[in-house]
Write a protein that binds this ligand. Structure first.
Ligand code: GAR
Length: 225
């Protein structure tokens, strides 16, 4: 990490409400870091307008301009290196990443996924939770490793599934939790409470054995041994 304030790159594909929560937490001083840039793989992603309006450098690298996932990832590596990010935060970034990207930024990429991992990696998470009859749903912040949505989980936001929920209103309730847990994880990183060693996530220097949890307005820290 740099001796100065850590630098964060945020990757989005659309709305960017998680990006916005992260930017707001930085601006409010809750997170002691600078947003170095916001990158989208889609031109016209609404989140880019918010970033630009807040004087954050934005860049668009359209995956459709590249012949392969690897070529797209290599282009992102080159573009992002120019901003010297300490951490890369995937915030609704809807592309599968290859080792070209993951190895280049190993141990520095985090993702937010809208399920209580290891349940429901991939897409349509809320519909799958409803169909399974789950009584709770949520989102997870995890370290990104080679396998999709499978890196160690650091913190989860948990919400109750309510009678009559459909995927849309469940997603909206989970999104509220997402906006709490992603800034909290980044805050832990900036405070040195959370550190990464290879593929291990350490909380206060010890391996996380159970993710932290944000439920009913109460934050429970990760359990370690
Ligand atoms: C969020 O719910 C995020 O968890 C999800 O996309 C949404 C983006 O919303 N991410 C994934 O599904 C990644 N597989 P946002 O653009 O408003 O932050």
């Amino acid at each position: 990490m740099s001796a100065t304030r850590p630098r964060i790159a945020i990757l989005i594909s659309g709305r960017g409400s998680n990006m916005r929560a992260l930017v707001e937490a930085c601006r409010a001083g809750d997170i002691n870091a600078d947003i170095a840039c916001v990158l989208s793989n889609k031109a016209g992603a609404p989140g880019l307008d918010y970033a630009a309006a807040h004087d954050i450098p934005t860049l668009t690298i359209s995956h459709s301009d590249y012949p392969s996932r690897e070529a797209f990832d290599a282009a992102m590596n080159q573009a992002l290196d120019a901003y010297r990010p300490d951490w890369l935060l995937l915030a609704g970034f809807m592309r599968i990443l290859t080792p070209v990207f993951i190895d280049h930024f190993a141990g520095r990429i985090f993702n937010i996924h809208p399920s209580l991992l290891p349940l429901y990696p991939g897409l349509n998470t809320h519909q799958r939770a409803l169909e399974a009859g789950d009584t709770r749903a949520g989102a997870s912040v995890h370290l990104v490793t080679a396998e999709l949505d499978s890196g160690p989980v650091i913190l989860q936001g948990v919400v109750d599934v309510c009678e009559g929920d459909d995927a849309e209103n469940l997603a909206a309730r989970v999104l509220g939790a997402e906006h709490l847990i992603y800034p909290q994880v980044v805050k832990w990183l900036t405070q040195g409470e959370l550190s990464i060693d290879g593929q291990r996530c350490l909380f206060r220097g010890s391996d996380i054995i159970k993710p932290g949890r944000w439920y009913n307005g109460r934050l429970t820290e990760p359990e370690t041994h």
